[in-house]
Ligand binder design. Structure first.
Ligand code: FES
Ligand SMILES: [Fe+2]
Length: 441
């Protein structure tokens, strides 16, 4: 378990820049069946995957499934302090033990012929066992795989000889523990099937170069130019300043309507605000912290910029966190089991609930604990592309992505021409190369 809480604040220093080259990134990586299979064999089944939240399995016997490519994984709380992960498949004739979703079981009985397994995956009942004239091998049971927890989340790895989760995450816990993901509750849970390769979706969120093209409206409220990019061993981040206008915005002195909306959210009345453009962001930072403290939220591990900005983290291969004080929006891209031109886009929102779970010591006062109830777990909703609005910004991205995928499949298209501000994409491909072409894992 990744246990250490390293709460000296999210490190701000710029990471050294790795040498990543400048070549085109081949388009076939986004379109070919052969590359899709390579990714599955050499990467997806070797990395740690965010499977789901501990909050979904509070009691022994609670379980949820995690669907990735052709596999379904069953994550079970066996006891108060033991979580197990199994392939969701019955060793008899291959039936799935449970349908996708969240549930509770005292034992897992397969619905086909009633083989039954306990919460440790052991086979405890075989109807008419004497008819297996060869005997039922004693090791017959659910097949377990490595799992671990960090940030209130269960992670799994299909590589039985894998590195530890801690090693895989590298700098991430040190950077993100100050936000206290473990105290945040899911408030939205959607999956949308998109007609694009999973990497095209990852790419679209790992550069702000497209803001001027696809999202001109947000030039009114963030700086898309002065963005610090840090590339770590496998994961990366950018820090996007919010609460000011883009250097591309025509009137640098205008406190735009978007900024006024953000001020209201922070608790500042823009009509009576006594300051100019340069004062807006610091005033929002101060007001956000004061408002949160008054509501019983502890932001003491976060710096002032974190009150406004998007600390945008990417955990290879498929997790994006738009991290803000008080909550985060997570994107998780899951590959389609057979088609490199399709993927599943999971959109989950999490919010910090004031004083529900104090993180500053086990004996934090019980009166505060009960002051706010956690929100009910949202229902998981699934859609096809275009069936539901995800909000203006994400609608703009999702409109664009199938067109990108079509274009990448053109015989005229040679590969991705990546600029310096898009280098998180190149970094992702370098990491992918390390899995696909590097030593076996
Ligand atoms: S497939 Fe599960 S009991 Fe037969
Ligand atoms: Fe976008």
């Amino acid at each position: 378990m990744v246990t250490e809480s390293r709460l000296s604040g999210t490190p701000m220093e710029k990471a050294p820049e790795p040498e990543l080259g400048t070549e085109l990134i081949p388009a076939e990586r986004y379109t070919s069946e052969e590359y899709r299979q390579l990714e599955w064999d050499r990467m997806w089944t070797k990395v740690w995957n965010w499977a789901g939240r501990l909050q979904d399995i509070p009691n022994p016997g609670d379980y949820f499934t995690f669907e990735l490519g052709s596999e379904s994984i069953l994550i079970v709380r066996e006891t108060e302090d033991k979580i197990r992960a199994f392939y969701n498949v019955c060793p008899h004739r291959g039936n799935q033990i449970r349908n996708a979703g969240i549930g509770h079981a005292e034992t897992f009985q397969c619905a086909y012929h009633f083989f039954e397994f306990d919460l440790q995956g052991h086979l405890v009942c075989v109807p008419d066992e004497y008819t297996f004239t060869q005997g039922v091998p004693t090791e017959t049971g659910l097949v377990e795989l490595p799992c671990d927890t960090w940030g209130g989340t269960v992670w799994i790895n299909m590589n039985e000889d894998c590195e530890s989760l801690e090693e895989f995450l590298g700098v991430i816990p040190e950077h993100l523990d100050p936000y206290h993901f473990e105290d945040m509750y899911m408030v939205q849970d959607r999956t949308i099937e998109w007609d694009t390769n999973w990497k095209a979706s990852v790419d679209a969120f790992n550069e702000v170069y497209h803001v001027q093209g696809i999202h001109p409206q947000i030039l009114e409220s963030l700086d898309d130019i002065n963005v610090q990019i840090d590339l770590y061993e496998r994961h990366n981040r950018y820090l996007v300043p919010f609460g000011l206008v883009s250097p591309r915005y025509p009137n640098q002195d205008e406190i735009t309507s978007s900024l006024k909306g953000m001020m209201l959210t922070a608790g500042i009345d823009p009509e009576t605000f006594d300051g100019n453009m340069a004062d807006v962001r610091p005033a929002m930072q101060k007001a956000t912290r004061e408002k949160a403290e008054a509501a019983g939220m502890d932001f003491s591990d976060l710096n002032d910029d974190q009150m406004t900005d998007d600390y945008h983290y990417y955990i290879f291969p498929n997790l994006t966190f738009n991290t803000h004080a008080g909550g985060f929006m997570m994107f998780r891209q899951r590959p389609h089991p057979t088609d490199p031109n399709k993927m599943f886009y999971d959109l989950q929102n999490f919010a910090l609930i004031p004083a529900v779970v104090p993180h500053n010591g086990a004996d934090a006062d019980a009166g505060q604990r009960s002051s706010v109830e956690p929100p009910p777990r949202p229902k998981h909703e699934t859609y096809k592309h275009g069936e539901v609005s995800l909000g203006l910004g994400l609608d703009q991205d999702s409109y664009n992505l199938p067109r990108v995928q079509r274009g990448m499949g053109s015989k005229a298209y040679k590969g991705l021409l990546i600029n310096y501000r898009e280098r998180r994409i190149r970094h992702m491909h370098k990491t992918l190369d390390d899995y696909i072409e590097g030593p076996d894992r």
